[in-house]
Ligand binder design. Structure first.
Ligand SMILES: *Cc1c(COP(=O)(O)O)cnc(C)c1O
Length: 441
């Protein structure tokens, strides 16, 4: 992008100046609407979520058989929701800011199979593809017991097909492990920021890993190109996939059940705030869609990005979506939050969800490390840096009067609020790697 074009953007959208200067920034969405007004732009609805939910239920008996770690949840890949009162206190002391309401952690970091939020969308899309192929070949009907997929015949059948994906690490882990288990020939195209242990783990599962010296966008493009040359190869498109998005969306009604069980009310007088770390946007976008469908306008979704990779904020604030990258405005897309190291946001997610998101903020790597250390000390919970991005949100929302005014929230409503920080990954980080993270806190 030419410097006069950048100057023009800065004039029209002042937030862009803060992004260029790598300032920790907060942007409340002026285009925010009600669910009723925003839903038509998503292009998906409750029956699409139900379809995903039912498909995951059909596969549950199979998942329970091949991944015994899913036995506890009957083959449903779902995480726990816990309060983190010690962390709430640490945050309040550290930032000298009271958090109005109760702080919770949604532990996708400890999801079975791949230890990150990608165990939702990534695995779902592989299952979707496997079911489609088996149905078309008349090897399966919707009423079958899907444990039959755990057989040499099915693995032989799936081995005729290839699956490819581009990833910064966690999506590759989810898709690689799930695809290999079913018998697919799977290739993961990994960006430079992907951690070595993730590549090693994949290779140990029999997955082909191709490494790139460039970032996520390049790895995705390489995967897409390779897949185009092979008619039996299915490319899982993290930048555009509605299937992936729907895999994430099921989280909404499941969270509602968990809150019901804990007798937590979400309504006009008890607003729910959810803070979601955002990379390309599929994970947080899909979850936010599910949350909106489950809780309506009483849930407030806020996305968090690294100061060096604010792709979704940039795309939504300027309305340019995937027609602009952070590199276009001189930002390097280099961050320790590898799951969030994305320079260009999903155009599909940005356009679909821009009216349903309350706002966005950015934070430094150093802030993520500090929060990582605080969570470890206060709650003895260990997450990867990306997963801490949401942790600053409750402080920001409690502090910013402009936000509270924009959404016409009263002090009393805020006192009854619940804040959920979506912990997106870290459960499988090797101990040695975790020591390195903690040392940086
Ligand atoms: C992928 C990822 C995210 C964000 O998901 P996107 O779909 O890329 O927006 C957040 N946290 C972690 C740990 C991730 O791996």
């Amino acid at each position: 992008m030419q410097s006069d074009q950048i100057q023009d953007l800065v004039t029209r959208y002042p937030i862009v100046k803060d992004l260029i200067e790598l300032k920790e920034s907060i942007w409340f969405n002026p285009e925010f609407t009600t669910l009723e007004q925003g839903l038509p732009y998503v292009g998906l609805n409750q029956s699409d979520i139900n379809d995903a939910r039912d498909r995951l239920a059909r596969f549950a008996p199979y998942l329970m058989t091949v991944f015994p770690e899913t036995l506890a949840t009957q083959g449903i890949i779902e995480s726990k929701l816990s309060t983190i009162p010690n962390m709430q206190q640490s945050l309040e002391t550290h930032f000298d800011q009271k958090i109005t309401g109760t702080l919770w952690l949604k532990k996708d970091s400890h999801l079975p199979i791949s230890g990150s939020i990608k165990a939702r969308g990534g695995i779902y899309e592989v299952l979707y593809r496997a079911e489609q192929l088996a149905l078309q070949a008349s090897l399966l009907t919707l009423d079958d017991d899907y444990t039959k997929l755990n057989s040499p015949e099915f693995r032989e059948f799936f081995s005729q097909y290839n699956i490819a994906v581009g990833s910064t690490g966690n999506l590759g882990l989810s898709i690689g492990i799930m695809s290999a288990k079913l018998g697919f020939d799977v290739t993961v195209h990994m960006s430079a920021d992907a951690r070595q242990w993730k590549k090693d783990k994949l290779r140990a599962h029999g997955v082909t890993v191709i490494e790139y010296e460039q970032d996520y966008g390049v790895a995705v493009e390489a995967g897409r190109t390779a897949a185009l040359k092979n008619p039996n190869c299915f490319f899982i498109d993290d930048e555009n996939s509605r299937t992936l998005f729907l895999g994430y969306s099921v989280a909404g009604e499941r969270l509602k059940k968990q809150l019901d069980q804990q007798r937590i009310i979400v309504d006009q007088d008890h607003p729910l705030f959810v803070y979601l770390p955002c990379g390309v946007g599929g994970g947080p976008g899909g979850v936010a869609f599910g949350l909106k469908m489950a809780f309506g306008d009483h849930v407030h979704c806020i996305f968090a990005e690294p100061t060096h990779s604010p792709c979704m904020l940039l795309g939504v604030a300027t309305g340019l979506h995937d027609e602009i990258s952070v590199q276009d405005i001189g930002i390097d897309n280099i961050t320790a939050a590898d799951g969030l190291a994305v320079g260009r946001a999903s155009g599909f997610v940005g356009r679909a969800m821009q009216r349903l998101l309350d706002g966005f903020y950015t934070l430094d790597d150093q802030t993520m490390y500090r929060l990582l250390g605080m969570l470890n000390q206060s709650e003895n919970l260990k997450l990867e840096p990306s997963a801490l991005a949401g942790m600053l949100g409750p402080i920001l929302v409690s502090k910013h009067k402009a936000y509270i005014d924009l959404h016409q929230l009263t002090e009393q409503q805020l006192q009854h609020a619940n804040h959920i920080v979506w912990a997106t990954g870290g459960g499988m980080v090797p101990a040695e790697e975790m020591q390195n993270y903690l040392a940086k806190a």
